[in-house]
Design a protein around this ligand. Sequence first.
Ligand SMILES: NC(=O)c1ccc[n+]([C@@H]2O[C@H](COP(=O)([O-])OP(=O)(O)OC[C@H]3O[C@@H](n4cnc5c(N)ncnc54)[C@H](O)[C@@H]3O)[C@@H](O)[C@H]2O)c1
Length: 344
Amino acid sequence: MINVGIIGAGFIGRNHFNQYEALAERARVVAISDRVEARRLGDWSEVGGNVGDMQGTRRDLKGAKPYADWRELIADPAVQMVDICTPTYLHAEMAIAALEAGKHVLCEKPMALTVEECDEMLKAAAKAKGKFMIAQCIRFWPECAFVKQCIEDGRYGALKAVNLRRQASTPGYSFENWLLDPSLSGGAILDLHVHDVDYTLWLLGKPQAVTAQAATRAGTNSYDRVHSLWHYPDGPVVQIEGFWDMPDGFGFNMGLTILFEKAAIVWDLCTGKPMTVFRQGEKTGEVPEVGANTGYFNEIEYFLDCIEKDRTPTVSTPQQSRDAVMIALAEKQSATTGKTVTIA
Ligand SMILES: NC(=O)c1ccc[n+]([C@@H]2O[C@H](COP(=O)([O-])OP(=O)(O)OC[C@H]3O[C@@H](n4cnc5c(N)ncnc54)[C@H](O)[C@@H]3O)[C@@H](O)[C@H]2O)c1
């Protein structure tokens, strides 16, 4: 049984709490820290979010110890694993403190706001006895993992093109609206689009260069939309896009169109239709079987597994999460300068 302390009981903290409940035989939440008293006591009626998780507006936290100060949660000897679900500008400080305290650390994406902060986290992790992983849930999403398998085993022939999309209404739910302050969240590129940056890295490795165009909603000072081309010498055509400038009623979509020599895989969450494979020469598509759990459940189950078996996480490594931040920032630079940016 792994004792977990969650820091940040907002949208994703509540989501993670629900995953630990589903994994009750292997983990239990023994401590919760949030700046807001009601939230650390389980009143989540003011907690919002962009993906469907309206479950549990008031929860019985079953005696999880409430902490106003996150440092006290980290110092609690009963806590073995710290799950950091706070706004991005706090990730580095909290993760480093928890690693130095000897805890296992799962930290929400993006890893941090700058590459320098990520490097400090990597340094702390290298000296730590606890495991460390950034919660890059897309690597654990069944549909996305299926695409990875298809690329690796070549069942549909050579990969020709990758198009990934993450599209949302402007998020208005976050605590004190931190998401819409680019100095705290990094804006849409670092917060939303980084999921697909990390996923593309997982699928294809680092590109040689990126070229991006971005746009800003009226009255804001950070990018709310990015369309990016990733250049691989002799590789597939890669275009990934992420934006949160859609009207309120739109909601949220994540989608992909992956073209191989002999088939295409298409999926858009917002349509409610399952991911479908269209083979060349066939008139209708087929629906492959993929797991039913969400990436949130799978990533947490995987991290618990790594702790239980004393294995270093390999599906998602902190170095790769750091590279995702680096490339997202390169895209920002490309959009700002109008130039292609070479990736080291
Ligand atoms: N993996 C995903 O799909 C996904 C989805 C949403 C958010 N996220 C990430 O999760 C993180 C949190 O986002 P969110 O949507 O849950 O935001 P949120 O605003 O809903 O929740 C953040 C919570 O942190 C608390 N908090 C702020 N400062 C604190 C402090 N010093 N100590 C303790 N608690 C503090 C706030 O009170 C709030 O309850 C971000 O890094 C975001 O990028 C990931």
